[in-house]
Design a protein. Structure first.
Ligand code: SF4
Ligand code: MG
Length: 329
């Protein structure tokens, strides 16, 4: 299968008080046509910065290096003008809080039409018809009325549907959804995830699903990468990762994910928090929270290596010759 997206060695650096911090550190990934890749981790692990880096939406603060190929096109060499055509038409993003990306002073109809008129060269009447068709496709009843509404008049779930309609308006090959359901209540969450799934299967769109919730990954993704402190620490197909997780952080994440079907008992939570880039330890970045840490873990950050045919993992436990005694146990 062809790769819609190929990223290698993506590093995004922010500078603070003349010091440079790698918020995304050497990220490599690919997404096949029609495939859904999950990127999962706690907040502050670099997932959102990674997605904004892919879209070149970081502004002047962050500096991104490495290589991003979208359908063979070198994204990091594109001018801002070229990027404006790529965003929306080639890849589009769905954010957690639609209010931050919807324009509060324009009606839904007007802001959706603008993109179509700009990217697809449509005239007003044609774009109106298309917008109403798109709104209907994302499950909005009375699309004719919603066309004339302002964003604040809609519920959170409706706004997210509008965002999805906007994102798919120009039929992008890749959708990047950053915590698209986090702000919604559980029933609406399920509906929005289902909608994203439908979009994928009907249009053959590839998806990157960014989330802190492994339940969301289980429901929507084919493969998953777990990020911790700016780096990928494990990657596998979803089934393998959930059934046979390797990295102690992944194991902790799974144990702290509520089982939707089993009701909510007391949940495990991983002690401590993700270090900020200023605090990255010298060795394994998870070592201060890891009950399997060994002396080598405190000295050297392990590489991301294939553990077997199904999983890549960044942990000394799987790098045979270095096995030793736990230090935090
Ligand atoms: Fe734990 Fe060491 Fe593996 Fe890091 S490398 S996750 S500290 S065992
Ligand atoms: Mg985020």
């Amino acid at each position: 299968m062809t790769h819609v997206l190929e990223v290698s060695g993506l590093t995004t650096t922010f500078t603070k008080n003349e010091k440079a911090f790698k918020v995304v550190d050497d990220l490599s990934l690919y997404v096949r046509k029609g495939e859904a890749l999950g990127i999962v981790g706690e907040s502050g692990c670099g997932k959102s910065v990674a997605s904004l880096s892919l879209m070149r939406l970081l502004g002047k603060n962050g500096k991104t290096e490495g290589s991003i190929l979208l359908n063979g096109q070198k994204i990091l060499s594109c001018s801002e003008h070229e990027m404006q055509n790529i965003r929306g038409k080639e890849m589009a993003m769905i954010f957690q809080e639609p209010m931050t990306s919807l324009n509060p002073v324009l009606t839904i109809g007007r802001q959706m039409s603008e993109g179509l008129e700009k990217h697809e060269g449509m005239k007003r009447a044609q774009s109106k018809e298309k917008v109403i068709e798109l709104l209907t496709q994302v499950g909005i009843a009375r699309a004719n009325e919603i066309y004339h509404e302002y964003p604040h008049r809609l519920s959170g779930g409706m706004r997210q549907r509008v965002m999805i309609a906007m994102a798919i308006a120009c039929n992008p090959k890749l959708l990047i959804a950053d915590e698209p359901t986090t702000a919604l209540d559980v029933t609406i969450q399920a509906q929005i995830l289902q909608l994203i799934q439908n979009v994928r299967t009907e249009r053959g769109t590839s998806l990157i699903m960014i989330t802190h919730d492994l339940g969301v990954v289980a429901e929507t993704c084919d493969r998953v990468m777990v990020m911790y402190a700016g780096q990928v620490i494990e990657s596998a197909d979803v089934r393998t990762l959930l059934r046979n997780p390797k990295h102690p952080y992944t194991i902790g994440l799974i144990q702290s994910t509520p089982h939707r079907s089993k009701g909510q008992k007391r949940l495990y939570s991983i002690a401590g928090s993700v270090p900020t880039p200023e605090e990255y330890p010298q060795g394994c970045r998870f070592a201060p929270r890891c009950d399997k840490a060994m002396p080598v873990c405190l000295e050297q950050n392990p590489q991301l290596l294939a553990v077997d045919q199904a999983s890549d993992c960044r942990c000394w436990l799987y790098q045979e010759h270095t096995k030793g005694t736990a230090v935090n146990a």
